[in-house]
Design a protein around this ligand. Structure first.
Ligand SMILES: NC(=O)c1ccc[n+]([C@@H]2O[C@H](COP(=O)([O-])OP(=O)(O)OC[C@H]3O[C@@H](n4cnc5c(N)ncnc54)[C@H](O)[C@@H]3O)[C@@H](O)[C@H]2O)c1
Length: 381
């Protein structure tokens, strides 16, 4: 059996098993990666251009490849027959990320890892009745770390306004759950497993994100290490913790811009995420505050470098916001924080998502290099 046919079987088995179409698979035997583009009734294997249709217990391929029988047996097993080379095969696709195919005798086996998938096989269309405001219709927006928390809130808001969302998230369970939630609402969304600290992971993500659109419109560099980061004085923070903070929050932001920037449409918009803690000198948070200060300098320099393409780069600095990352913060700290705000109540993700949407929209077309603190007036600067 030809390797590309084996790969197609692996992709189809994963799709049948999970309902999610892979958009990137690795062959563990050769170490090569292959992009897949989902279609309404199947997918296209990008490197060969073979358009695959799935119908009942058959995989239909264009001539000269013919058809392949495939049957899912129980929870993980499948078997089938490739009519063009007259070879039987069997395999296992458990719904995780790995698919194994055995040849007819069960002697040779071939393994594939699904690096990224797309929920539902294809991106559903936005119901135009759902929102009066579809200002991002036809625009693809990448949001790093959007599996939960504020990143997910941005995805939900931008998707509700018509954007096609790419969730670039390190945690596959969060990423897939986020896509399921968005697609259930009719939002076009895909998850791409991404570690923003890794140059290759971010480059793969950008390549996948740019497929099927004429340039990425927006990027929100939201991913950060923001959870349980406080509590230590300057001389209690370990150097490896410091390095990890800089790798995720600073290098991760830069790598995301570095990979997505060249694939953006001229006139697009980038929103970076800092924190209002940089303004008021938050104690016991030195590494985090330092990383978030760097984002402001980075935003200003990037704004100058992207300006000739009319791509704007702005930063949002949120205040303490209710969400998963802040759920263990004691009530007294919320109260102390609210006491010092001009607008005295807890900050919610709804207070932020419209600001991010504004900075990605045409309404902010002459704003670049700026940082907007969104914190109820806690920090004035
Ligand atoms: N929540 C707040 O009060 C608050 C305040 C100020 C600034 N912020 C900033 O807002 C952003 C989101 O914060 P949040 O509260 O939603 O945090 P969160 O911890 O809930 O979400 C962060 C997300 O980033 C993902 N992530 C972590 N490391 C990653 C990596 N290497 N590659 C890809 N994804 C990765 C996580 O899996 C998670 O889904 C962060 O930049 C944070 O610094 C948050």
């Amino acid at each position: 059996m030809q390797p590309e046919i084996r790969r197609i079987i692996a992709v189809d088995a994963h799709r049948r098993k999970t309902g999610h179409c892979p958009v990137l698979v690795h062959s563990l035997g050769t170490g090569e990666s292959f992009a897949i583009t989902p279609t309404p009734d199947g997918f296209v294997d990008v490197s060969t251009g073979i358009a695959v249709r799935s119908s009942g217990e058959r995989i239909l391929l264009p001539e000269p490849h013919g058809s392949i029988d495939i049957r899912m047996n129980g929870d993980v097993a499948f078997d089938g027959f490739d009519h063009s080379c007259r070879e039987a095969f069997s395999g296992r696709a458990g719904g995780g990320t790995s698919v194994t195919i055995y040849d007819g005798e069960g002697v040779d086996y071939f393994q594939y890892a699904v690096a990224a998938d797309c929920a539902g096989g294809l991106i559903t269309r936005v119901d135009p009745e759902r929102s009066m405001n579809q200002r991002f219709a036809g625009k693809r927006i990448v949001i790093t770390g959007a599996g939960r928390g504020l990143g997910f809130a941005y995805a939900d808001r931008l998707g509700s306004e018509g954007a096609s969302i790419v969730i670039a998230e390190i945690d596959p369970a969060l990423g897939m759950e986020a896509v399921d939630k968005l697609t259930a609402k009719g939002i076009e969304a895909m998850f791409v497993a991404t570690d923003v600290t890794s140059e290759t992971s971010v480059a793969d993500m950008a390549r996948i994100a740019a497929k099927g659109c004429d340039g990425i419109h927006g990027l929100v560099t939201n991913a950060a290490w923001a959870n349980n980061v406080g509590g230590r004085l300057y001389n209690e923070i370990e150097p490896d913790i410091w390095d990890r903070m800089m790798a995720v929050n600073v290098k991760g932001t830069w790598l995301a811009v570095r990979a997505v920037g060249p694939l953006m449409r001229d006139g697009g918009s980038i929103v970076t995420i800092s924190s209002d803690c940089i303004y008021w000198g938050a104690p016991r948070l030195l590494h985090y505050a330092t990383s978030k200060s760097a984002i402001i300098g980075m935003t200003r320099s990037l704004a100058r470098e992207f300006g000739d393409r009319m791509i704007r780069v702005n930063c949002v600095a949120p205040g303490l916001t209710v969400g998963e990352a802040t759920k263990d913060i004691p009530e007294q700290r919320w109260k102390d924080y609210a006491d010092k705000q001009i607008l005295k109540r807890k900050q919610l993700s709804d207070d932020l998502d419209g600001v991010v949407a504004f900075l990605l929209s045409e309404d902010s077309r002459f704003i670049t290099g700026q940082t907007l603190a969104v914190d109820g007036g806690f920090a004035l600067h």
